[in-house]
Ligand binder design. Structure first.
Ligand SMILES: NC(=O)C1=CN([C@@H]2O[C@H](COP(=O)(O)OP(=O)(O)OC[C@H]3O[C@@H](n4cnc5c(N)ncnc54)[C@H](OP(=O)(O)O)[C@@H]3O)[C@@H](O)[C@H]2O)C=CC1
Ligand SMILES: O=C(O)[C@H](O)CS(=O)(=O)O
Length: 485
């Protein structure tokens, strides 16, 4: 069991400022993916608890919407400071339930703090407009108002920072929230409840509950008090939420699946490209929506890139996230390992060659060897399917046009990366790639200052940047007459 000494571990829901169990007393077990040991439990909640959480958020909204932007900004700055002051405890919780290395967990907690600070600043800049009136006796003003109760549903791969990108703009805008963290990594989500209490954020502004995704989701989608759903997770679930929330015409923000291409041209700096490939592929053991899914390397540098990339991949230290120097933790569960094995089997059956890795790690459990596959071809499953694991297929191409066509051949459009030193090519390729985010000679581009999100079936809306607060605000046009002007 997790050290109960961790001050941020909670095994209850937070509803209306009270830490409570599920009505039935039922619980879900939470296990450590590094060793399968039980860390603790969380409530297995359903519709009734969800309804109460929504009602608590709706009640709190009536007063919270009247706070000033400056007051909310100060709450968020306090929240930011608390996250950083407790970074180690929060990172331990994250590594134990999700598996990533402690270094990556600290990085994720740091990213959470950075997003909160960004929205502490954005809170004071939700400007409206005074528009020159077409009428001599009327005046036009446009104001921005918080939409109301927000429901946030987050995935297991970044259980802390995905919440920061939702709770941050919600509070900044004056909204209140109902949060459902992923069942495999609930503790990092529930920890936000403790942090918000310590930051002086009023009871009912942030409500967090765990349990049956379907039941909680259905109540969130059907309840008219919920004005917006913000979701990060698979495209499959995103489509369910969009469909079910249509009945009450909710705003939706969707950060969904990806199938990132990583293109290396003949004129690229190969060592820089390999460095970028390592972070773009193996962050969180390949379990991020912006991880490279397909490497496309031009014929002239293909062999050199594969050799250097495979050598660097083979050096990665695999192990339990809390162990010193570990760079690759376990995959989230056995199902994830089986998916990765299936994709490798499909590739080798179609002529792909495993250059390094290719099988379960000797540590057993859900540890997997960082894997590079050469001779990848478009008929292989990972051309279209998200790998979500430490497997790097490397495709060969001849021309720029061929590379762009291959990169765009997917229903996803989240992140993409390419390496070139030719300025004309950089602009041609940047403009022809159909993705929400483009890394040019860089393999890691996520930052609070920039709008994170995708096009096509990778989602709707943006998180971070000045765009990130827009979806939490309604626009109101006011026409004022009778002024005797
Ligand atoms: N675009 C982005 O920024 C990101 C996208 N993703 C994508 O998410 C996937 C992996 O994450 P994963 O957590 O497995 O994704 P899932 O979509 O399976 O789950 C995400 C969240 O949705 C919940 N959920 C599942 N079904 C429903 C439902 N019917 N109604 C309401 N909520 C539901 C889950 O709850 P429970 O845990 O209880 O099942 C979890 O909290 C990958 O496809 C990845 O690409 C992941 C991270 C970021
Ligand atoms: O959940 C994810 O995959 C994250 O969005 C990746 S990032 O924001 O840390 O780049």
């Amino acid at each position: 069991m997790l050290q109960k000494s961790n001050p941020y571990m909670r095994q209850s829901n937070l509803i209306g400022g009270e830490w409570v169990k599920a009505d039935s007393g039922a619980t879900l077990d939470v296990t450590n993916p590094a060793n399968g040991q039980k860390l603790g439990t969380v409530p297995k909640s359903g519709k009734a608890e969800t309804r109460r959480a929504i009602e608590a958020a709706d009640k709190a909204f009536k007063t919270f919407k009247k706070t000033t932007a400056n007051e909310r900004s100060k709450m968020l700055r306090k929240l930011h400071d608390l996250i950083l002051e407790n970074q180690d405890a929060l990172a331990e919780l994250l590594t134990l339930e999700q598996g990533k290395s402690l270094a990556e967990a600290k990085g994720e907690v740091g990213a959470s703090a950075a997003y909160i600070l960004w929205f502490a600043e954005e809170a004071r800049r939700t400007y409206g407009d005074v528009v020159p009136s077409p009428w001599a006796d009327r005046r036009i003003i446009v104001t921005r108002e918080p939409v109301g109760v927000i429901a946030a549903i987050t995935p297991w791969n970044f259980p802390s920072s995905m919440l920061a990108r939702k709770i941050g703009p919600a509070i900044a805008a004056g909204c209140t929230t109902v949060v459902k963290p992923a069942s495999q990594t609930p503790y990092s989500g529930l920890a936000w409840g403790v942090l918000c209490e310590e930051a002086g954020i009023p009871a009912g502004v942030v409500n967090i509950l765990t349990g049956s995704a379907g039941e909680i989701g259905d109540e969130i989608c059907a309840n008219p008090m919920v004005k917006k759903i913000t979701f990060t997770g698979s495209t499959e679930v995103g489509k369910i939420l969009i469909e079910k929330s249509a009945a009450t015409v909710k705003k939706v923000s969707m950060e969904l699946g990806g199938n990132a291409p990583f293109v290396v041209f003949d004129d690229a700096d190969i060592d820089r490209a390999v460095e970028g490939a390592m972070v773009a592929k193996y962050r969180n053991s390949g379990q991020t929506c912006v991880c490279t899914n397909r490497f496309f390397v031009q014929a002239g540098v293909y062999d050199a890139f594969v050799e250097k990339f495979a050598a660097a991949s083979a050096k990665l230290k695999v192990g339990a996230g809390l162990d010193a120097g570990v760079q690759q933790g376990p995959l989230i569960d056995g199902k994830a390992v089986e998916k990765v094995e299936e994709l490798i089997g499909d590739a080798t059956a179609k002529g792909g060659k495993v250059v390094t890795g290719g099988k379960r790690h000797e540590l057993g459990g859900s540890f997997f060897e960082p894997t590079v596959i050469a001779g990848a071809t478009p008929d292989m499953r990972f051309m279209k399917e998200e790998i979500f694991g430490p497997v790097a297929p490397v495709f060969r191409f001849e021309t720029e046009e061929e590379a762009v066509a291959l990169a765009n051949d997917t229903e996803y459009g989240l992140a993409c990366y390419f390496y070139s030193s030719d300025l004309g090519r950089v602009f041609r390729v940047m403009e022809n790639l159909k993705y929400g985010m483009v890394g040019v000679n860089e393999g890691l581009i996520t930052t609070p200052e920039a709008p994170f999100g995708g096009v096509k079936e990778s989602g709707l809306g943006r998180e971070g940047g000045h765009q990130g607060i827009e979806d939490y605000l309604d626009t109101k046009y006011v026409c004022i007459g009778g002024l005797g002007l």
